[in-house]
Design a protein around this ligand. Sequence first.
Ligand SMILES: Nc1ncnc2c1ncn2[C@@H]1O[C@H](COP(=O)(O)OP(=O)(O)OP(=O)(O)O)[C@@H](O)[C@H]1O
Length: 271
Amino acid sequence: MTAALTASGLGVRLGDDRTLVHGVDVTLEPGERLGIIGESGSGKSLTALAMLGLLAYPLTPFGSATIATAEGEVEVVGTPSRRLDRVRGRTISAVFQEPLASLDPLMRVGKQLAWPLAKHRGLAGDALRRCVLDALTDVQLPDPERIARSFIHEISGGQRQRVAIALALAAGPSILIADEPTTALDVTVQAGILDLLQREVTERGMTLLFISHDLPVVSQIADRVLVMRDGRQVELGDTAQLLRSPRHEYTAQLVAASRALDDFLPAKGTR
Ligand SMILES: Nc1ncnc2c1ncn2[C@@H]1O[C@H](COP(=O)(O)OP(=O)(O)OP(=O)(O)O)[C@@H](O)[C@H]1O
């Protein structure tokens, strides 16, 4: 089976003399869910941007990141960004912590969503309108008709993030990179979004790379977890095994910290 995404010695430099990410090695099989975890500044987002070919000068990638497409494997590192445009959206898509990064302030929400649905799924007219409303309903937006008519500044931060997630999924990508997608959302909506991503994985075989600093969230959704610290890959392993018997001291600290939080909180049903 061809891997969906492979990073080999994938790293990021700042200018000529500073290395921010020192080389990540990981292979994602189709339909696999990988979590990346690590404290703030550990290099998670830069690794994701390197995989997407979205680093901007003076940040430059090194090593290799390959993505499997219907036309064969594409090497991201060294390929001009505009040549990756046909891969992004359809094969690999992304959602970031800050939704404004991917939304257009001058276009109504419905129109923004309609564009990829028309382009990649060939929909038009009533079928397109229904699909836009379904996409908004899938991300648990109340009153999807009103949201579809709204501009981004007319909806709340949490609603914007849900629109950004709907937009990232609109073209039915085979790989989704989700960089802290639920951090700004309340717990109930967060659970709904995790369910939605999970459904995309089980029903469509989507490959998911889920980035978070929250180990309990990552362990809920990921088959394997990659731990990063100070721009270095510290550990990569099966989620259950990593939680049970972390090999690296830093991973053990993360696991202990999330357990300590669990112990501190009252048990379910006693609140
Ligand atoms: N454009 C940039 N110019 C200079 N340094 C940068 C730039 N972007 C990121 N960095 C630095 O690179 C390191 C890794 O950043 P990165 O955003 O990947 O961390 P992260 O693990 O995603 O953190 P967070 O969880 O806070 O999002 C940090 O030290 C950050 O300050």
